[in-house]
Design a protein around this ligand. Structure first.
Ligand code: FAD
Ligand code: SF4
Length: 281
C-alpha cells in the first residue's frame, strides 16, 4: 500500500504567523510539538537544535514553546535525536516525551520501543513521534563542499536550505540559488541509497512538503495517538487543513517519488547483495 498505514492525509499549515515565519514548510512539526507541550500531552521534546557552528544541528531537549520554535527548519544533515532521550528522561525527569526524526530514525525508535535493550524506561516515554519525509541526507562536509564548490556561495551565510522542483536551494540574505539535484548525487550518505521509507511509515504523524503547495505540508495521521493529537490541534485552531484532493500537486507526485525511492533502494540492495555485502532487507 502506498504511504504505509494511515488514517487520514490532509494538506495543512500552522496558523501562528511566528511559526510560519521560521518553519521549513507548513510548520506542522513545530505547531504539533508546541500544542502538545501546552496541553501537557508531552512535558518536553527532543528536536534538532542549532549550535554555534552553522548547519551543525545537535539533539536538543526543549522544555518550552520558544525552545521548540528556535529549532524549527530543516537541517539536511544528521541530528541523532535519539541520543538525547536518556538525558531527557533521567536528568530532566520528562515522563512524556515528544520528538521528530527522519524515517530511518523513526524505525530505530520503534525498534527501541519493541526491544528496549538498554532503553528500558526511556523508549516507552515517547508519547508523540513525528516523522519527516526524507529522500536523502548529507554529511555536513558534503553540504559545505557543493554549496561552496558548485553554488559558489558561502556555507556560513546560508540561512535556509530546501529541496524542491528538482533542485537543492539555498537562501542567503542576498540571494536564492538552486543546484540541479543530479549535481548533488554522490554527496548523500551511502546508507540513503538503500533506504526504502520515504514517508516515515512508523511515525504517529508524518509530514513533508511534497504534495502540498508552498508554505503548506502534507500530513499523514497514522496511529491513534497521532490522529488524536492532530485532530485536537486542528480543533483548537492551531493548524488549518485542506483536503488533499483540493491542492496541487497532490498525492500523485508523492506516490511517484515514493515509488522511485523504493525501487532505487531495492536495486541498490540487490547490487550490494550481488557483491556479497550485507544489506538490512
Ligand atoms: P518545522 O516546523 O520547520 O520543524 C522541523 C523540525 O524538524 C524541527 O523540530 C527540527 O528540529 C527537526 N529537524 C530538522 N532537521 C532535522 C534532522 N536532520 N533530523 C531530525 N530532525 C530534524 N520533505 C519532503 O517533502 N520531501 C523530501 O524529499 C524531504 N527530504 C528531507 C530530507 C532531510 C534530510 C530532512 C531532515 C527533511 C526532509 N524533508 C523532506 C522534510 C522537510 O524538509 C521538512 O522537515 C518537513 O516538511 C517538516 O516541515 P515543518 O515546516 O512541518 O517543520
Ligand atoms: Fe534516513 Fe533514509 Fe533519509 Fe537516509 S534517506 S536519512 S536512511 S530516512
Amino acid at each position: 500500500m502506498a504511504f504505509g498505514t494511515y488514517k487520514e492525509v490532509v494538506s495543512a499549515r500552522a496558523t501562528d504567523k511566528a511559526i510560519q515565519k521560521v518553519a521549513q514548510d507548513g510548520g506542522i512539526v513545530t505547531a504539533l510539538l508546541t500544542y502538545a507541550l501546552e496541553e501537557n500531552i508531552i512535558e518536553g521534546a527532543v528536536v534538532a537544535g542549532n549550535t554555534e557552528d552553522p548547519w551543525k544541528p545537535e539533539p536538543t531537549i526543549a522544555m518550552t514553546a520558544d525552545e521548540i520554535i528556535a529549532a524549527a527548519g530543516t537541517k539536511y544533515t544528521f541530528s541523532p535525536n535519539a541520543l538525547a532521550f536518556k538525558q531527557a528522561v533521567r536528568q530532566y525527569g520528562i515522563e512524556k516525551l515528544g520528538t521528530v526524526g527522519t524515517p530511518c530514525q523513526v524505525q530505530g525508535i520503534r525498534k527501541m520501543q519493541s526491544y528496549p535493550f538498554a532503553t528500558r524506561f526511556v523508549a516507552d516515554k515517547i508519547k508523540l513521534l513525528i516523522g519527516i519525509f526524507c529522500m536523502e541526507n548529507f554529511p555536513r562536509a558534503s553540504l559545505q563542499t557543493f554549496i561552496e564548490g558548485k553554488l559558489n556561495s558561502q556555507f556560513e551565510l546560508t540561512e535556509k536550505m530546501d529541496i524542491g522542483k528538482g533542485k537543492f536551494w539555498i537562501e542567503t540574505n542576498e540571494e536564492t540559488k538552486g543546484l540541479a539535484l543530479k549535481e548533488t548525487h554522490g554527496y548523500e550518505q551511502a546508507g540513503c541509497n538503500i533506504c526504502q521509507d520515504y514517508v516515515a511509515e512508523l511515525a504517529d504523524v508524518s509530514t513533508g512538503s511534497v504534495g502540498s503547495p508552498d508554505g503548506w505540508s502534507t500530513v499523514f495521521s497514522r496511529t491513534d495517538a497521532g490522529a488524536d493529537i492532530f485532530a485536537a490541534a486542528v480543533e483548537a485552531g492551531v493548524i488549518e487543513t485542506k483536503p488533499m484532493d483540493d491542492v496541487k500537486p497532490g498525492l500523485g507526485l508523492l506516490e511517484k517519488l515514493e515509488a522511485g525511492k523504493i525501487s532505487k533502494g531495492k536495486d541498490e540492495c540487490a547490487r550490494r547483495a550481488g557483491m556479497g555485502l550485507p544489506t538490512p532487507w
